[in-house]
Ligand binder design. Sequence first.
Ligand code: PLP
Length: 396
Amino acid sequence: MQPVSLRPKTLEIHGGGSLQDRELRQSVQRVVAFPLGSPQRAQRLFDGKENGFVYTRINNPTVGRLEDKIAAMENAEAGLVTSSGMSAIKLVAEYLAHRNGKIISSNRLYGGTFHLFQEFLPQLGITVNFITNPDQDAYYDAFTYKCMGSIETKFIYVETPSNPLIDIFDIKRLSEITRNLRLPLVVDSTLATPALLNPIKLGADIVIHSLSKYMGDGEVIGGIILGKKALIDDMRNGWFRETGPCISPDNAAILSYHIESLFGRMAEHCRNAELVAQFLANHKKVIRVFYPTQGPRAKKNRKLMPNGFGGLMAIEVKGGQNEAWTVLKSLKLFWHAANIGEARSLVIHPTTTTHGKMSPADREKAGIIDAMLRLSIGREDPKDLIDDLNQALKKI
Ligand code: PLP
């Protein structure tokens, strides 16, 4: 491992490496199994009495380098890379809340996570209680009320910034609450990435990322769970090992290469998104822009994430679903695709796609409406993005 004093920007390149490294560029160990040596060593490895590589479903040197790099960037003791962001979320839920546990979660979530929590975890006996209305002061207190008297509650879950409304939650304040409740705070920090936020430094216990967004620059799917080494080891040697949601070494290497440019790319996404949000906020065909630099919470949001908010935003256009679809179809530069954080700008209509599985009532509670479009602002010249949005909005 590198000395801990290296700054995050340096760790995106050197994190997880060693000063004795012989490789300038990380190689790919594309293998399933590793030589075990003597029978005695094999027994020690299988008993967990010796650390070493056994089988790529459990650990692999290429994947391990990625885990160490992101852990260094996040200030975490250890990381466990998974096949996708969703498999990371499901693994944490299985690990912490199996046997009829309860989760208290913000309802401002990526649609897939909401659906997992609402529909599928209950089929495994895990129930999820949602907290709504993040704009109200009582929001933070609600976590305490929901947990009081419930010994089944196993963890608290938030996504920040949230998808697609980009709510910014106060992790420090939440972690004080969860510490008092003696419950782990789990944060999905996908939209922030370690370039913009370090929830563990602010008191979170477990951080999850979908690596399929900014980290992998749109090339590969992956996820990671970060936290204390004892917890990560226990998860790896139990639920992870026996359920199998591992990543391929090839994809892990690709992620390691892309992460070397994360800070620079995030700065461009943030700058472009702020300019686009400002333009849209003044547009007469736009009712509301959901981006943290806009609205009454802008000053507070800046304090919570001083390095910027990333490239995702949502807009409410004048009209309803038809008008939103008209704008979507009229955009020329934005690609219509279900991802976030790529070099190219992307657009999608959440109520009929990413958040389409939520009931209309749940969508309303989560503030996701038919007149809304989600924009993932890329790294093109922002003036071209503004021109494109302007011509598309003129169509309604
Ligand atoms: N978390 C957030 C905030 C997301 O936006 C997504 C996907 O869009 C996920 C998790 C799921 O990640 P993956 O697609 O890698 O499974």
